[in-house]
Design a protein around this ligand. Structure first.
Ligand code: ZN
Length: 572
């Protein structure tokens, strides 16, 4: 019997007792799904100017935290102040879980309230629209506006308020949040004066001006050009908090330090792109004779995340900006947060590996293999078929595969990434990072096997989890993954490489020929949870969902009073 994966995947958060009357013990249990970790970054390599600038950026990040709280709900800041002052056990438990969720609603429990005296669920329009306004009222008002005003009303950086007559009006962020944006602007200018890095100076001065002018375009371009050890993303960006329309951007900040070792690895991949393309398991007629450069990507370690950048499930990587004008001109840039991924690896993948790998294989679990595969996954999105010529008709895999494209493309990147790492490993190109030969391959494949279950278990996006189900079942059918019937699996090293190459050929050929029916058939046959896989997933109920960072490096750099309340017993 087949079970649709999607229905099962909804259990990424289990039925926990949760209500406005949750007790302190219950709240701590909800919070325990996020394993506490100390996020540390070595900042000793920063230039003296950057060491002074980072303190200003951390001060700015604290303001971002407050702004984003205000954006989520009009009552949020007052509730937070009250909870912080409440010294009772219940008050403190509420405060801890409030900070994790940046509000009184549990994000991974469908945004339901976990304390009394607040709306039952997070308001759909957050604090971007008048709270008593309905979607229909707002829509019909927008429809009646002249084009320019309508664009302003739907723009990222405006809120909708009511004037004294009760009519809707458009208010730019630069007015709505004026006092805080003026402080932010001043801090960014101070940081710009301290750093010696020209690209960082340019971004910080540009963003400082944008906070006051409400025009973020030039500073978004400057962010694309940012080439600095001290790396920062700060401003209004993602629109997920606006559940009503998805128009309005929430404030977030990531204060990061660039990881030079991983940046070097990306450069190495860039030098071998054509070689990987030429060796793909795909008919030569479909191969790209001249592949483009790797899309801009930077690996950093996060010193502090704030606002939308530190809420609920932690960001592992992000692509910005979201302004289509910048994207069409310059593309977007991907930032990978290495130490965050390392913490997730330690708190979720490591316990999963102990449940699904046999004892003799558990020692092969390896962060470098895990992270290098994630990097290669991103790189291989740019390889394989992109421009199709279907009997003279120009098209793309996205256009041809339609609703199947996301799943197929994610699975393609996973498996092509694995194929490419195997190829570079055999050529000795990864010798200094991942090694070479049997021991290195054992680490690569056993780590991949364990991480397969992490994606299936926590797959938060349909595309990733569906794509992973196809890969898992295909490789099991080809004998590359072997089930031992008790929820543990192992790799058959005599079969895994062929299974990877065959499956990669399937995905790449589907994309090259734009074969929608073949994609749908593969999905229908293989996006299923089989009984043995279910046994493995059943064992994972107590594995934490995610992490809850304590930014120890940031806290050490800042005035301690600015830090969010620390967890009870992290004295070491
Ligand atoms: Zn991807």
């Amino acid at each position: 019997m087949k079970t649709l994966l999607l229905a099962c995947l909804a259990f990424s958060s289990f039925a926990y007792p949760q209500s406005p009357n949750s007790t302190a013990a219950e709240l701590d249990k909800l919070a325990a799904r996020f394993a506490p970790v100390e996020l540390k970054v070595d900042i000793s390599s920063l230039a003296a100017g950057d060491k002074a600038a980072i303190k200003k950026l951390l001060e700015a990040a604290v303001i971002i935290d407050r702004l984003q709280l205000r954006q989520r709900w009009s009552g949020n800041e007052a509730t937070w102040e009250k909870l912080k002052a409440d010294r009772s056990t219940l008050g403190q438990a509420r405060a801890r879980y409030f900070w994790l969720n940046k509000g009184p609603w549990s994000i991974i429990d469908d945004n339901k309230a976990f304390m009394p005296g607040v709306p039952d669920k997070k308001p759909e329009g957050a604090n971007f629209y008048p709270e008593d306004a309905t979607k229909e009222q707002l829509e019909s008002w927008m429809k009646g506006l002249p084009e320019k005003e309508r664009n302003d009303a739907q723009w990222f950086f405006t809120v909708i308020r009511k004037d004294d007559k009760g009519n809707f009006k458009i208010v730019p962020y630069s007015e709505e949040y004026k006092a805080d944006l003026e402080k932010l602007s001043a801090l960014l200018k101070e940081a710009a004066n301290q750093t010696q890095n020209a690209s960082l100076k340019k971004f910080l001065n540009g963003r400082a001006a944008a906070f006051l002018s409400n025009d973020y375009y030039d500073s978004d371009l400057a962010w694309m050009d940012l080439d600095s050890d001290l790396d920062v993303t700060i401003g209004p960006y993602e629109t997920y908090n606006d559940d009503l329309f998805g128009f309005k951007a929430a404030f977030e900040a990531y204060v990061n330090v660039r990881d030079s070792k991983e940046t070097g690895k990306l450069k190495l991949f860039g030098q071998h792109l054509q070689e990987i393309e030429n060796n793909l398991p795909l008919d030569d007629q479909y191969k790209n004779k001249k592949v483009g450069a790797v899309a801009p990507m930077v690996v950093v370690n996060e010193v502090m995340g704030a606002g939308d950048g530190n809420m609920g499930v932690q960001t592992a990587a992000y692509n910005l900006p979201n302004d289509e004008r910048v994207i069409s001109q310059r593309g977007s840039k991907r930032i990978m947060l290495k130490n965050v991924q390392q913490a997730k690896f330690a708190k979720t993948l490591t316990p999963i590996s102990k449940l699904v790998l046999r004892p003799e294989d558990q020692k092969d679990l390896d962060f470098d293999s895990f992270f290098t595969h994630i990097l290669m996954h991103e790189v291989t999105h740019g390889l394989g078929p992109h421009a199709l010529d279907l009997n003279g008709r120009k098209s793309t895999p996205r256009q041809e595969l339609k609703d199947a494209y996301g799943t197929i493309e994610e699975a393609k990147a996973d498996i092509t990434g694995l194929f490419a790492l195997q190829l570079l490993m055999e050529k000795g190109i990864l010798k200094s990072s991942l090694g070479q030969g049997e021991a290195a391959e054992r680490k690569l494949y056993n780590t991949f096997l364990a991480s397969t279950f992490r994606t299936l278990h926590f797959g938060r996006t349909d595309s990733h989890a569906r794509g992973m189900a196809i890969q898992f079942n295909y490789r099991t059918d080809k004998g590359g993954f072997v089930s031992h019937g008790d929820g543990t699996y192992s790799i058959d090293f005599s079969k895994i490489k062929q299974a990877v190459a065959d499956l990669d050929r399937e995905f790449l050929t589907i994309e090259a020929t734009g074969d929608y029916d073949r994609a749908k058939k593969l999905m229908k046959d293989l996006i299923v949870i089989r009984p043995d896989m279910q046994k493995a997933l059943d064992k994972m109920k107590n594995v934490p969902n995610d992490i809850r960072p304590n930014f120890v490096t940031a806290n050490a750099l800042m005035h301690p009073a600015a830090a969010p309340p620390a967890r009870g017993k992290s004295k070491k």
